[in-house]
Design a protein around this ligand. Structure first.
Ligand code: HEC
Ligand code: HEC
Length: 418
């Protein structure tokens, strides 16, 4: 990424962004391509019951189950369901369901990935995005990179909006993709995108000629495209494999342990502390204890304290952190609910993430008697401005009872069991 701060050409509104997830589309494209060569025909009958060593295990997937998974849209548009949608309809969907994270014009906020910008009318003609070669943009946007409009359609359809994936109807996906294409000035504002004309739009994609298949990853029998030369002299005798954070990056994102689920062997160091001396394995118990101490609601629920070597692998983290608790246990139902809801993607107990920490919220409203009702409304409907420009999207999924429990828990100081 270039270090220039030049603004993108998206209607003048752009702030410099953190890159979080720009590999996503490439992965989606790769996935689609893989499915194209590997997936069986959707209409095929379910496989016969397993024989041999798997006999009696499980059952064959039904055609409906296969169909529910089989949603990939290939670059040749196989898999694309018929439908249509206008730029105008897409603008409404965008404002209601996408703009909170991706900005009114696809420029995105500080956290989420920018969608539009950086492409020109000339790129639409040539099919190569000039800015990718001359690094004239501060950040690569989706429209700069994506080569196939099918990938954009597929990705929005399967993964967006992030907080409610697969909630858009087919026509809504057409509409919102039309709107994104219009933001990039690839189609006019009175355009209607449909399965009938999407191939013509492909011929306008700014980076349509920017994808290469001329490398080893593309063919099973291909060669890797690295150009290392074998060391023949004074070579390192023993290769040391290590995984470490450079010092300058160590606390760049707070305590990394709080950002990992307490699952599997990876515990995550406490990056607010200096690096541990010696081998990570020697500190396993301490790392594990620290990891558990970051889980809101740990120590609650029916689960007894896990033996140190066998912390339960639950994403929600309802296991216990320590052996015994002396003080009367605080009411942690709210902690369990936020862990089980999408709230946890944006909020932590004692640290700012996308949104403010629960404890900061508690502190801010501690003298306001009517804060509870206001916060319930705010979480339900979403909104911005109380903590900064990044909006919270609406949260329609959480029940009224759970929402009240959560807000009461936050206002009581967001107690965790540690
Ligand atoms: C709650 C925040 C949020 C909302 C709302 C949201 N997105 Fe996203 N979007 C994201 C995140 C986060 C990513 C990256 C995801 C990843 O890498 O797994 C993303 C990625 C994308 C990408 C791919 C970007 C790239 O280049 O990799 C597209 C396209 C996109 N979103 C479109 C939409 C559309 C259309 C909507 C509305 C229907 C929407 N998003 C709503 C958070 C959001
Ligand atoms: C996509 C990210 C995201 C998700 C998901 C999310 N929030 Fe937020 N939340 C935010 C942001 C950003 C703010 C700050 C909004 C502002 O400045 O007005 C916020 C603010 C809040 C506030 C304080 C509101 C105020 O006006 O002071 C509460 C309480 C809250 N969130 C609770 C929740 C709960 C409970 C959930 C889950 C049901 C949740 N949030 C889901 C991002 C999110």
């Amino acid at each position: 990424m270039s270090t220039s701060n030049k603004p993108l050409s998206v209607r003048g509104r752009f702030r410099r962004l953190a890159v979080c997830c720009l590999g996503a589309l490439a992965a989606a494209a790769g996935g689609a391509a893989f499915a194209a060569s590997a997936a069986p025909d959707a209409s095929a009958a379910p496989a016969a019951p397993a024989a041999g060593k798997f006999a009696g295990v499980g059952r064959a997937a039904t055609p409906a189950e296969v169909a529910a998974w089989d949603i990939d849209v290939r670059p040749d548009f196989k898999g694309l369901p018929p439908g249509k949608g206008t730029v105008q309809a897409g603008a409404d969907i965008w404002d209601g369901k996408c703009a909170t994270c991706h900005g009114s014009f696809g420029e995105s906020n500080e956290v989420f990935t920018p969608i539009a910008g950086g492409t020109t009318a000339d790129d639409v003609k040539t099919g190569r995005v000039a800015a990718l070669a001359n690094n004239s943009q501060p950040q690569r946007t989706t429209l700069m990179k994506v080569s196939t409009v099918s990938t954009l359609w597929d990705y929005v359809h399967r993964a967006m909006p992030w907080d409610h994936p697969k909630s858009l109807s087919t026509d809504e996906v057409y509409s919102v993709v039309a709107y994104i294409l219009n933001l990039g000035e690839i189609v006019p504002s009175d355009f209607e995108l449909s399965d009938r004309n999407i191939a013509e739009v492909q011929a306008l994609m700014p980076n349509r000629n920017g994808m290469t298949t001329d490398h080893g990853m593309w063919r099973v029998d291909g060669k890797p495209d690295t150009h290392n030369t074998a060391c023949m002299k004074d070579c390192v005798k023993e290769v040391k494999v290590s995984s470490q954070l450079p010092d300058y990056a160590r606390d760049a994102h707070g305590d990394i342990a709080t950002q990992n689920r307490v699952v599997g062997p990876v515990r995550g160091a406490d990056t607010l502390q200096p690096p541990l001396a010696g081998k990570a394995g020697e500190h396993a118990a301490a790392l594990r204890a620290h990891a558990w101490s970051t889980v809101a609601g740990a120590g609650t629920g029916a689960a007894a304290a896990p033996a140190p070597a066998a912390a339960p692998a639950q994403a929600g983290g309802t296991g216990a952190a320590g052996a015994s608790q002396a003080a009367p246990a605080p009411d942690l139902a709210g902690a369990r609910i936020v862990s089980a809801n999408t709230c946890a993607g944006c909020h932590a107990v004692d640290r700012k993430m996308v949104g403010p920490s629960y404890r900061d919220i508690a502190a801010k409203y501690k003298d306001k008697a009517d804060a509870g009702e206001m916060l319930i409304q705010k979480v339900r409907k979403g909104g911005a401005g109380a903590w900064g420009p990044i909006p919270m999207p609406p949260n329609p999924a959480i029940s009224d009872t759970d929402l009240k429990t959560v807000v009461d828990w936050i206002l009581s100081g967001a107690p965790a069991a540690n």
